[in-house]
Design a protein around this ligand. Structure first.
Ligand code: ADP
Ligand code: MG
Length: 603
């Protein structure tokens, strides 16, 4: 038993009805967490009103002023008061909460904002006069005639002045402005046909965002909007997604694994057009890329999941950022399979950022554009350099051994014909419109990994018996490894307990050929340790596969014949996902002739 709380009176407490201002303040706590949530509610109202132009102005991160102006349908004067009272909405009649096609429906935003700030609405419907209505800290003013354009202007000043406790939790103006910017971007992605601007009101007003209205079919309009919001690099590396399953439709754009980010900043998910931050969906996005990205890299994607509103409940949270699917498994499966399919089709395509980075590395440092123009010595001067034969360019160095391979391989394969191997690791190939440089170790590792996955799916990984079993002393780890003996056997390793604290390795994956079994086993144990106890079976198998692939692949430092190099290129073309290695790094980069010409200032 707890001691009685001295703050709670022991006589029966009296029940009272809270007044409307108090109710609204409490509700506001859920709907309006910070300025960005107010901006979200107001923009959503403008979208619901059919606006094609929405201009947002913010001062001091939204703490001092938020102003949202639209050219939507407006609010009739006689409805203005109603719009500001709780649970009044024009959007649903309450009979079917599972059939919702608008952003708003709870009728809470305006009264909540009016309860915690100074709210003023100017509005005009077509063919009528403009009226204004104010509400401050929950106290409603009277309807005033005023002037203005068709549409609605909502001004919210001094947010949380009525609830100072909440004010204290706000972050710096900059951080709040950042959150506002993010909200505008998200909604702008959801509505490509609407023009958006975001302006920061200071002594010198600064336009932070400006997105022109897009046109064309929905996928084109979205592509244009994403280019404006996320930048050219995202667009150039994005794959169009279009997949369907059991009444759920997935569309949008997802970036190649080589265009990954260090955090989840470029993941935007929408359910029936509504921006959401839903754990289930974000988890599915990660899962789709799990094969291509190391754990510290994050995919970039903008995905829209659309379905009959009956199949998803958006009324889980007042801010509506979480959703609940009737069948979460279908939603997850659709995202995973839709993305994997698109990534497989993209096959060996590596991201353009890679060649962009290559160009960056080649071009002049940041001081500004510089043009290198060599004063070319006349050809006969070369012959006068000591130690060089007449007519030989003084470029060949011992470390960059260039093997000339003038063979009759057509260059119209996507990855072209191998021309040279540099530094015993880079294969240079000529394509019909440029050149490709392949990291032979990374590429081969990926090919072996994909081959192993296919073997495993078919009938287990082929193993080969060692002539003499190899004994590996492992101490306490021996038991840990033996727990996995069955899985390991399927993956090509047959091991057995040998005395105490040692295992005998009888068979190893055939793909590894003659190997140092002890080295592989020790590496495997390290990988399993790194996974810890949380590693799922799937994660353990992947770790083992990628370790085997690493051991089984051509090391850098091995000289390859022309046939071997060309065979590598052809296999890369035929293998899905070969554009990046098991760690999400590119396996090759491509330079188009026009890029090369740019490097030389020829264009
Ligand atoms: P909800 O959006 O859930 O209906 P709100 O409190 O956000 O609730 O808005 C209440 C009502 O005010 C809306 O249903 C709509 O009729 C009207 N309204 C709000 N903002 C606008 C706007 N920008 N243009 C036209 N009508 C609006
Ligand atoms: Mg609303």
């Amino acid at each position: 038993m707890h001691a009685p709380d001295p703050n709670i009176s022991q006589s029966a407490p009296k029940i009272r009805q809270l007044d409307e201002a108090a109710v609204n303040r409490i509700a506001a706590g859920e709907v309006v967490e910070r300025p960005a949530s107010a901006v979200k509610e107001l923009i959503e109202n403008s979208i619901d009103a059919g606006a094609s132009r929405i201009d947002v102005t913010v001062a001091e991160g939204g703490k001092r002023l938020i102003r949202v102006e639209d050219n939507g349908c407006g609010i009739p004067a006689e409805d203005l008061q109603l719009a500001l009272s709780r649970h009044a909405t024009s959007k649903i009649d309450g009979s079917d909460l599972l059939n919702i096609h608008t952003f708003g429906f709870r009728g809470e935003a305006l009264p909540s904002l009016g309860a915690v700030g100074r709210l003023k609405i100017n509005s005009r419907v077509s063919g009528a006069d403009t009226y204004a209505l104010e509400v401050q800290g929950g106290h409603l003013g009277t309807l005033q005639p005023t002037s203005g354009q068709q549409g609605t202007v909502v001004e919210l000043r001094d947010l949380f002045f009525a609830t100072p406790a909440r004010l204290k939790f706000l972050r710096t103006d900059r951080a709040e402005m950042q959150a506002v910017t993010d909200v505008v971007k998200r909604l702008a992605m959801a509505e490509p046909y609407v023009r958006f601007t975001l302006t920061e009101a200071t002594d010198k007003p600064r336009q932070v965002l400006s997105f022109l209205a897009e046109t064309g079919d929905p996928m084109d309009a979205l592509a244009g909007r994403l280019r404006a919001v996320l930048g050219r690099e995202f667009s150039e590396n994005a794959l169009a997604i279009d997949a369907e399953r059991e009444g759920l439709h997935l569309s949008g754009y997802a970036a190649l694994p080589t265009y990954s980010r260090g955090s989840a900043v470029q993941q935007y998910l929408f359910v029936n057009g509504r921006p959401v931050r839903d754990k289930l969906l974000i988890g599915a996005l990660r899962a789709a890329y799990s094969d291509f990205l190391s754990r510290d890299r994050h995919p970039a994607a903008v995905l829209f999941l659309d379905c009959d509103p009956q199949l998803v409940d958006v009324n889980v949270h007042p801010a509506k950022s979480e959703v609940r699917f009737r069948d979460p498994g279908v939603a997850r499966g659709l995202i995973v399979s839709g993305l994997r399919h698109a990534l497989a089709e993209a096959g060996h395509r590596a991201s353009t950022t890679v060649s962009g980075e290559t160009l960056g590395a080649f071009t002049a440092p940041a001081e500004g554009p510089r043009i290198y123009q060599m004063d070319r010595p006349a050809a006969h001067h070369w012959g006068q350099q000591p130690g060089l034969a007449e007519g030989t360019a003084p470029f060949a160095s011992a470390s960059a051994r260039v093997e000339e391979l003038i063979e009759d391989i057509p260059t119209d394969f996507p990855l072209g014909a191998a021309r040279a191997q540099l530094h015993e690791n880079y294969v240079v190939a000529q394509t019909s419109d440029g050149m490709v440089i392949v990291d032979q170790h990374a590429a081969h590792e990926r090919l072996v990994y994909e081959r192993l996955k296919r073997q495993l799916a078919a009938n287990g990984i082929a193993s080969q018996a060692l002539l003499v079993p190899q004994i590996v002393e492992l101490g306490n780890d021996a038991a840990r490894l033996l727990e996995m003996a069955e899985e390991l056997a399927e993956l090509g390793f047959v091991i057995e307990l040998f005395g105490s604290g040692a295992v005998a390795v009888h068979e190893t994956p055939a793909i590894l050929g003659q190997i140092d079994a002890e080295g592989v086993i020790r590496d495997l144990l390290d990988d399993l340790h790194a996974l810890g106890d949380s590693g799922t079976l799937r994660a353990r198998i992947d770790a083992i596969l990628s370790r085997v692939a690493c051991h089984g692949s051509v090391r850098s430092g091995r000289r390859m014949s022309a046939d071997e190099m060309n065979a590598l290129l052809r296999e890369m073309e035929a293998t899905p996902h070969s554009g990046q290695c098991n760690h999400g790094r590119p396996t090759y980069v491509e330079l188009k002739l026009k890029d090369i010409e740019r490097l030389f200032g020829r264009t």
